[in-house]
Design a protein. Structure first.
Length: 227
């Protein structure tokens, strides 16, 4: 039987994964599998380490990078094809974390915050997300209704309520991310929430919560008595 020492350096992370499973691999080894092969002077693991060093070994920062941003780091051995593979794998990880929540029943703010953080905390721009629920508090649909800059976004209550009626929703949950990491709601956040809540009452639609998410955690208007 061919031993691992006879494998090329680029193939050893694959061999290790086959023998011990994914959890046995380091971050650089997992990235090396995606990178597939190294350069003339460096193995795929070395290239992966160089990429991680560019983001201070922070996987969350890699998760925020677009393909263009990854290429701008000028990591030798990372070209467009490899950057695309890494970006695609990271997106699959995000979708894996959120896929099981689409039809689940919402009971607490933590239920929805976990889903929203997994999907939207890595956005470098602020996005406003609405989740539409039925009478049993099961999620019918969720979507980004507006996207802004680094410091803020504005949501249109008319679009939100039109979508709620289109999905036959009886309740909605508002959410937006704070790329800065802060979880403190602004005065504008509070005014917008009240505006949407008031408008929704005319259609017998309940605004259950407004949740702010970031890498630091989440803030629930409902839990804080603001809604």
């Amino acid at each position: 039987m061919t031993g691992i020492k006879s494998w090329s350096k680029d193939d050893r992370p694959r061999e290790k994964l086959m023998m011990k499973g994914t959890t046995a691999l380091s971050n650089s080894e997992l990235l090396a599998i995606l990178i597939n092969n190294g350069t003339k002077d460096k193995s795929a693991v070395d290239v992966a380490k160089d990429l991680l060093a560019k983001v201070d070994n922070d996987l969350q920062r890699i998760g925020k990078l677009s393909v263009k941003e990854m290429l701008k780091m000028n990591v030798k051995g990372i070209g467009p094809a490899k950057a695309i593979s890494i970006a695609a794998a990271l997106e699959l990880g995000i979708r894996r974390n959120t896929a099981g929540h689409k039809k689940e029943k919402i009971v607490t703010s933590k239920d929805i915050a976990n889903f929203l953080r997994a999907q939207y905390q890595y956005h470098t721009k602020e996005v406003f997300v609405v989740m539409y629920l039925n009478h049993a508090n099961k999620v019918l649909h969720h979507e980004i209704v507006s996207e802004g800059g680094i410091t803020g976004t504005v949501a249109d209550p008319r679009i939100i309520l039109q979508n709620a009626l289109a999905h036959n929703a009886t309740a909605i949950i508002l959410s937006h991310n704070h790329p800065s990491g802060s979880l403190k709601p602004s005065k504008q956040d509070e005014l917008l929430t009240e505006k949407i809540k008031t408008a929704a009452t005319y259609f017998d639609i309940k605004v259950m919560d407004h949740i702010i998410v970031s890498e630091e955690g989440y803030f629930s208007f409902a839990d804080s008595g603001l809604i």
